[in-house]
Design a protein around this ligand. Sequence first.
Ligand code: 2NL
Length: 338
Amino acid sequence: MVEEQIQQLQSAALQRIEEAKDQAALEQVRVDVLGRKGSLAQFNVGKLAPDERKVAGKALNTAKQTLEGAFETRERAFASAALNTRLKHEWLDLTLPAPGPRPGSLHPVTIIQNEIEDLFTSLGFTVLDGPEVETEYHNFDALNIPPEHPARDMQDTFWLANGHLLRTHTSPVQVRGMEKLGPPLRMIAPGRVFRNEEVDASHEHTFYQLEGMMIDRNVSVAHLLYFMKTLLSAIFHLEAVVRLRPGYFPFVEPGFELDIRCLICGGPGCSVCKQSGWVELMPCGLVHPNVLRVSGIDPDVWGGFAFGLGLTRLAMMRYGIDDIRLLASGDLRFLRQF
Ligand code: 2NL
């Protein structure tokens, strides 16, 4: 009798399990049937006569096991249906072509630096590198800029607590080159330099310079002009027309400002050359005897020319970049154009 009731309950429960629409409905059936106050729990086997108790207990256990199995099967069906739905929505077409490589590109200043390095290397110059944190001696003293000299005010320097400084030009690399290599020598020193500047569209505290120097016997301003014209013609891909004006720098004597005929208007005058027909491009000169002497080179035997070139300014001129701050901005929209 009890056994029959249990079997009926089991079939009813199996039917409900089969009909449950989702996991929540299934959970409700489980509570109703297997729960602490569920329909199976109402059979109090303890109250039955011993022979009935045995049969009923066995039937209860069987029903419980059967139902638990059915719950599990239904649950798995729900899980796999959910997975199938998800997979259908996350479908990925593996036959589509790959997006292809996204190569980087050289920074505009690096492009110019590489070109100038190639040119000077072909003319027998060595490319030198040196520290960005320099001694006061190599940045100033060895360049004929004594402590009280106004030229120190011309350089707004980042001084470090230990008396060293961030180099304000790449000249100290050349001082180290003279000390180490001795004459005759041809070298260029490209690199990053630092000045304590108020930053705006045309001023940066960090920018790139390339200085160069040739020391040999009987080096004259004619050599200086020849090398500078060769350099500029290669950079601008045309026969550069240049002129020298007197300029003052403590490390050269005589010193010059080298101008190039305006590349935009070719002479008559425009906004780029401020109507003068010339663009100021390169400070240069013959190396001062004091500079040679302190680095162990005899100025009575050896002489040379030296020049400074603003790599950052050159890059801005070539590519028409109107704001110097773009160069170190790391903005990919800017960098991808080169
Ligand atoms: C500049 C740089 C110039 C030099 C730099 C130089 C270096 C040594 C000796 C002599 Cl070790 N000269 N470099 C020469 C002439 C001009 O210009 O930043 N001028 C504003």
